[in-house]
Design a protein. Structure first.
Length: 259
């Protein structure tokens, strides 16, 4: 059975032949054949990209099947594919967005697949086209055990994605205190990019340290003046702008354990 690449190349040859022998074909037949071939090749290139449609060593259809195996956690099937495919070729398999097999396994927290991929040489810091690492994906979807495994294998704790967020930023913004603690305990930097106002993507905050300082000052002031009791219903007025942007569960954990 021909692969998708081989089929596309064959159709391309037919197209070239139809152009060369155009005079020998009936005008209506030649026009119909030309239109169908061009339409088919256009949609193939649109779906797979020029390189994958004609030149890739991997059949795009096969790539999608292997990626699905990783996403579904079908370790045995992945191992069978690996046995008949060159190692470098297997580890270089990516979706069109550049997501690796390890990123897909991480997304669904298939720890056995992740461990196996790492053991055969998968790079825990390889990025997608959006500069997303497996650890960024784990923190975004609250995959604690997956994040822990990646960190054990030297995942970059401070990788900045295309949208300007770090793993710590993802865990903070999505209200995952245990992930925040895991990242901080392993040396994640509290710096620009840790907090971001999502409605203003280009505007990074100065960092969690300034926010924590403002929060501490505000709490002392409130206790001293008993402001929240004397002015019920207006407790939000005057509250530090930056502190309102951070999830309070995460902020309380930082205050309690790291300040």
């Amino acid at each position: 059975m021909l692969s998708t690449n081989q089929k596309n190349c064959f159709v391309l040859v037919v197209l070239i032949a139809s152009i060369i022998f155009n005079d020998s074909l009936h005008q209506y037949l030649a026009g119909s054949l030309f239109g169908m071939i061009v339409s088919y090749l256009f949609f193939q290139v649109r779906q797979f990209g020029l390189k994958q449609a004609f030149y890739s060593k991997n059949d795009p259809r096969t790539i999608n099947q292997i990626v699905t195996m990783a996403a579904d956690g079908r370790l045995t099937e992945l191992q069978k594919v690996y046995e008949v495919m060159p190692k470098d070729q297997f580890l270089s398999i990516k979706q069109q967005g550049g997501q690796t097999l390890l990123i897909f396994a991480t997304h669904f927290a298939h720890l056995d697949v992740m461990q196996w991929l790492i053991s055969i040489g998968a790079d825990v810091n390889e990025l997608s086209n959006q500069k997303e690492s497996p650890l960024l994906r784990a923190c975004h979807f609250n995959r604690y055990e997956a994040a822990k495994l990646l960190i054990q294998h030297k995942a970059n704790l401070n990788q900045v994605s295309q949208d300007g967020t770090t793993p710590l930023a993802r865990a903070t913004l999505r209200n995952k205190p245990e992930l925040v603690k895991l990242l901080l305990e392993n040396g994640a930097l509290i710096d620009k990019g840790t907090l971001i106002e999502l409605r203003k993507p280009g505007e990074l905050l100065d960092g969690i340290r300034n926010i924590v300082t403002e929060e501490l000052v505000w709490r002392r002031k409130r206790e001293m003046l008993k402001w929240h009791k004397q002015n019920s219903g207006t407790a939000g007025n005057g509250y530090p702008e930056a502190a309102r942007r951070i999830n309070k569960n995460v902020l309380n954990k930082v205050l309690a354990e790291y300040i």
